[in-house]
Design a binder for this molecule. Structure first.
Ligand SMILES: [Zn+2]
Length: 366
């Protein structure tokens, strides 16, 4: 008799129908006689039979005695009826659907991170809407599908040994947030021909290294490039991401290292992608992994570009005895060439693949 559990039952059956069935099957019993046994008015019993009144525990106990059907059974029947009614309510159907949606979102979206960064609100409906907006999709299924595509596309760039250290769900969320935030940033018109002038301004800012993040953002925005800092998530070894947002290129950084030389290099690397690759292809995007694995031609090109723009090859070759240079000499050359000495030191360490050198040169991004 108990209806099978379904999310939305086709109909809700009131236990009053069972009283009617029992009366129909018992020739010497009618509503009036049964009402008398139950010590209620016939009209009261009639209302129960018609489903207008619930079967209470008091009635259930009396029915048990009169009809031989257990009180527990009557109460279970009544509860099932009420649950079915609730399941059929439009509002509750929506509520249940949203809870189910949120459960699925939690599996593929780092909701704790979103909550920590104030993307979420007080209600589930708003949160679901916000998540879909961040991922720029209409349904939770689409997030899942795009995540699968992302995983497949990215796996080509990971070394096998790195796979366990990377959470694709988090990587994808980081990229989605970058795209979402990019849309909200207003900047000037982008002009690819002004990149040389932009690089001159950036190098000056790297040299001065005062309130650098804010100033770099202003300069990039002035030249029509959007600039974002998105805090990285767990197992998200990403340094930078560059892509188009409408007619503006975007540079998003995770800023894992608070070092001026790393920061300068990453910014120039991303500008390299814009100058060399994105200018020809509006669909392209580049993720700059911290663990540079199977680096492609384009990554090599962006690295060379960054190196050349920070310290040109001519300048680099003109510096004598680089390996033996003291900190003071680096600082002096930096001041002469208006290059931050930390960038000179970074280049020497990179060339010699030796990062253990002790130094008094300040590498802090300020
Ligand atoms: Zn790159």
């Amino acid at each position: 008799m108990i209806t099978k559990k379904e999310i939305t039952p086709a109909k809700a059956t009131h236990p009053g129908i069972l009283i009617k069935d029992e009366l129909d099957a018992t020739p010497d019993l009618n509503q009036k006689l049964l009402a008398k046994q139950l010590d209620v008015k016939p009209s009261f019993l009639n209302e129960i039979i018609k489903g207008k009144r619930p079967i209470t525990p008091d009635i259930a106990v009396a029915l048990e005695a009169a009809l031989g059907i257990s009180a527990e059974y009557w109460i279970r029947f009544q509860s099932q009826y009420e649950i079915d009614l609730a399941r059929r309510k439009e509002r509750n159907i929506e509520k249940v659907e949203n809870i189910e949606k949120w459960k699925r979102i939690k599996e593929i979206v780092p909701v704790r991170y979103l909550n920590k960064h104030n993307y979420l609100s007080e209600t589930l409906v708003e949160d679901i809407e916000k998540v879909l907006k961040i991922y720029n999709v209409a349904t939770v299924d689409e997030i899942n599908n795009e995540l699968l595509c992302f995983e497949e596309a990215q796996s080509a760039y990971y070394r096998k040994s790195d796979k366990l250290k990377i959470d694709n769900k988090n990587m994808f969320a980081w990229c989605a947030l970058a795209k979402y935030e990019a849309k909200r940033q207003q900047v000037s018109t982008f002009n690819i021909d002004a990149i040389d002038a932009l690089i001159v301004e950036l190098n000056r800012l790297f040299y001065e290294n005062v309130d650098t993040l804010q100033k770099v953002k202003s300069v990039l925005n002035k030249y029509g490039i959007k600039f974002l800092l998105i805090e990285k998530l767990e197992k998200t070894p990403v340094d930078g991401f560059t892509f188009w947002s409408g007619s503006n290129p975007v540079i998003a950084l995770s800023l894992r290292h608070n070092r001026i030389d790393n920061f300068a290099f990453t910014v120039m690397h991303e500008i390299g992608h814009i100058d060399l690759h994105l200018r020809k292809d509006k669909e392209q995007s580049f993720i700059y992994f911290t663990k540079k694995s199977s680096i492609g031609e384009q990554e090599d090109a962006a690295n060379s570009y960054a190196q050349e723009q920070l310290i040109s090859n001519d300048v680099w070759q003109s510096i004598k005895d680089k390996d033996a240079m003291s900190d003071d000499e680096m600082i002096a050359i930096g001041d002469e060439l208006k290059i931050n000495p930390a960038i000179i030191l970074g280049r020497i360490c990179y060339d010699k693949n030796n990062y253990a050198r002790k130094t008094k040169i300040d590498k802090t991004l300020r």
